[in-house]
Design a protein around this ligand. Structure first.
Ligand code: PGA
Length: 275
């Protein structure tokens, strides 16, 4: 089974051939003026063939960024959502609201949300199901803490997070899902990038988990790595067989840096496709 893109169409990707995904989450940075300026800088950017790129602005900039990037090659996503469509949920934003802004993707379960805002595996699952109901591609973030890593139980944590996140997802919807492995200990300025060999081992195990859930189509669920990805290490990660892209924070916030990162994997895409 091949995965069809949802939302905007990406003519450069051959259907059935795996793409390389590179996206950035702006986190709580860039108010509307700065976000629009960044979007304008990215508007005419064309990623290399086979690369799909996305940016994830904060909610207050979402609609404006979607408008600027409407006819561009970039997808736009939101950083979080509530699982209900509407109601008395002060401070929350729903999937239909995100879709109405023009976004096609939504990040769910980032470790900063799990760590600081009480996000659980259960709420991640509710959000994944709601996103799919509204035609949004869920980008599910999973990650092990430093303790889990040091106790050697990262694979168990990641399997649990993945299985719960995908619980109840219809077979037909599995092709819309993206998963980002982001070790909590690798994220942010205090983090250290994971060793490529470790990422490779984890992604091979994750591939087995998604295949257990999704059958053969699990082969095509994009598995991204995130956590201190930079110009210095992006190719090491993207070259790994079960790594289908990277999810970047700080190193991609500046549009020029983002474009440079995306362009830097061009030679790898065809090599991966041929593998
Ligand atoms: P970082 O953030 O690249 O700044 O480490 C990654 C993330 O939080 O997704």
């Amino acid at each position: 089974m091949s995965i069809q893109p949802v939302g905007q169409s990406f003519g450069r990707s051959v259907v059935g051939q795996k793409s390389v995904w590179i996206g950035t989450n702006w986190k709580m940075n860039k108010g509307p003026a700065e976000a629009v300026a960044a979007a304008r800088a990215l508007e005419s950017f064309r990623p290399p063939p086979g690369v799909r790129s996305f940016v994830i602005p904060p909610f207050t900039s979402l609609r404006d960024v979607c408008s600027v990037l409407e006819d561009s090659a970039l997808m736009v996503g939101a950083q979080n959502m509530h699982w209900k469509d509407s109601g008395a949920w002060t401070g929350e934003v729903s999937a239909p609201m995100i879709a109405e802004c023009g976004a096609s993707l939504v990040e769910i379960g980032h470790s900063e949300r799990r760590q600081h805002f009480g996000e659980t595996d259960w709420t991640v699952n509710l959000k994944v199901l709601a996103a799919l109901r509204h035609g949004l591609r869920p980008l599910i973030c999973i990650g092990d803490t430093l303790d889990e890593f040091e106790f050697g139980v990262s694979p168990e944590t990641l399997a649990r997070q993945t299985k719960i996140a995908l619980n109840g997802v219809a077979q037909k919807d599995l092709g819309q899902v993206l998963i980002a492995y982001e070790p909590v200990w690798a994220i942010g300025s205090a983090g250290r990038p994971a060793e490529a060999a470790f990422v490779s081992e984890i992604h091979t195990r994750l591939r087995a988990v998604v295949r257990e859930i999704a059958g053969e189509s699990g082969v095509r669920i994009p598995l991204l790595y995130g956590g201190s990805v930079s110009q210095a290490n992006i190719r090491d990660y993207v070259a790994l067989p079960d790594v289908d892209g990277v999810f970047v924070g700080r190193a991609a916030w500046e549009p020029a840096d983002f474009m440079k990162l995306v362009n830097s994997v061009s030679g790898l895409v065809s090599r991966k496709a041929a593998a």
